[in-house]
Ligand binder design. Sequence first.
Ligand SMILES: Nc1ncnc2c1ncn2[C@@H]1O[C@H](COP(=O)(O)OP(=O)(O)O)[C@@H](O)[C@H]1O
Ligand SMILES: [Mg+2]
Length: 463
Amino acid sequence: MKPMSSPMEVSHHHPHEDADRGMSEAISGQPQLASLSIPVADEKVLVSVEVCLKPSSTAQPDDIRTAVERMLEKRSMTYVDGPIPVPTDDLFLLENVKRILICDTDEWVENHKVLLFWQVKPVVHVYQLSEEGPGEEPSGDDMLASFNEWILPAKEFDGLWPSLIYETGLKQRLLRYAATALLFTERGVDPCLVSWNRIVLLHGPPGTGKTSLCKALAQKLSIRFKSRYPLCQLVEVNAHSLFSKWFSESGKLVAKLFQKIQEMVEEENNLVFVLIDEVESLAAARQAALSGSEPSDSIRVVNALLTQMDRLKSWPNVIILTTSNITTAIDIAFVDRADIKAYVGPPTLEARYEILRSCLEELLRAGIVSYPPQVCVGALLLSYSALKETLHTSQMDESDGPFDHSSLLLDAAKACEGLSGRGLRKLPFLAHAALKDPYNCDSNKFLLMLIETAVRELSESKT
Ligand SMILES: Nc1ncnc2c1ncn2[C@@H]1O[C@H](COP(=O)(O)OP(=O)(O)O)[C@@H](O)[C@H]1O
Ligand SMILES: [Mg+2]
């Protein structure tokens, strides 16, 4: 049976005490938390190295990890975020590994520190993507699907984390928060003495990436905690769909759903993420019920959901992720339950620049947009910080191609003020569709069209 939900009881639930599967401890002697880049006692920085196996690979993750560690030891490289090539002389890795990715070094790089190999203690995480799509719960005849379910890490969310751009350290903060929560649980910290919970609330305007960020976070954690929790699942509940016109069925749905989640968390080696998206619709439903404009059924559903959440949160292996599209007047019951509340705002100039840069680079890669005459093929656009530096020192001469290229992109980013992240990621498509000669377009022409499209989109959104 499940432990009682009193905090004392939780402290007796030390899933890890007797187990000899100490996650990254086995390799680094450090708790899992340290896989985020914080200096360790001997002044080395722990850097996560994520190793994605090919779908066909049947190799033991431990063998791969050892091989990658050995490979990293041999190389005198600097550590920066991004992929590193699989060594061509290592047949074992070549056969099994799809990608090796260095993560979490950005803080160091931002401070203009270079991480050299001898300063780094790599923490290698090996995983394989699940190819299964979302398992949808058929919720009655022609009812809206009310929840989805994935095995993590899922192929579908591959690349999501790096594609979300916030320049405020938001992603790192969330990752650290969740890693700390899992570590405290892992070590059996007594919640009567130090309290914490595992509920996250992201709120902010629509289209700022909240839902995606929750999914990306779950994916990231499933990779980082693979050795402790071999099975990770994500269950997405769309709160809005619970209050569709079939809401009289919703009570049953909620009960059924949480019954299922309960079964998942009872297995202590499962890590379960429950995403309750758009919680503001719960608050709205409750309001409507209170004012008598909706049958009181809905209040029962909301209360059932809140009760279920409370029951779930006493389990150490659950993280509840919630989002809300409104920033004011979220049901107080929800706000109170969340431990970490993060505001997710519209993208700033830097974020807009970086989002558009990733779009443009993708179109250049795909050959849909060509390099302008003064820029050599394959040349990368400057990062925002590099561009700023160039602008600042004005070292470039006027005809410097790559610089022009990037500064036009900066103009586009400026023109996009007011667009959400979602709007920005759609803009290149709209701009391309508006081109007169779509088969012959260099990136300068394309950027001009992008600016034009942004202006149009913004003016249309105002009317
Ligand atoms: N800050 C951002 N950086 C990069 N892409 C973003 C950002 N915000 C939104 N997007 C894009 O918009 C899409 C939709 O975002 P979504 O998660 O549905 O937003 P929300 O849940 O806040 O309405 C994302 O998948 C992503 O492609
Ligand atoms: Mg959303």
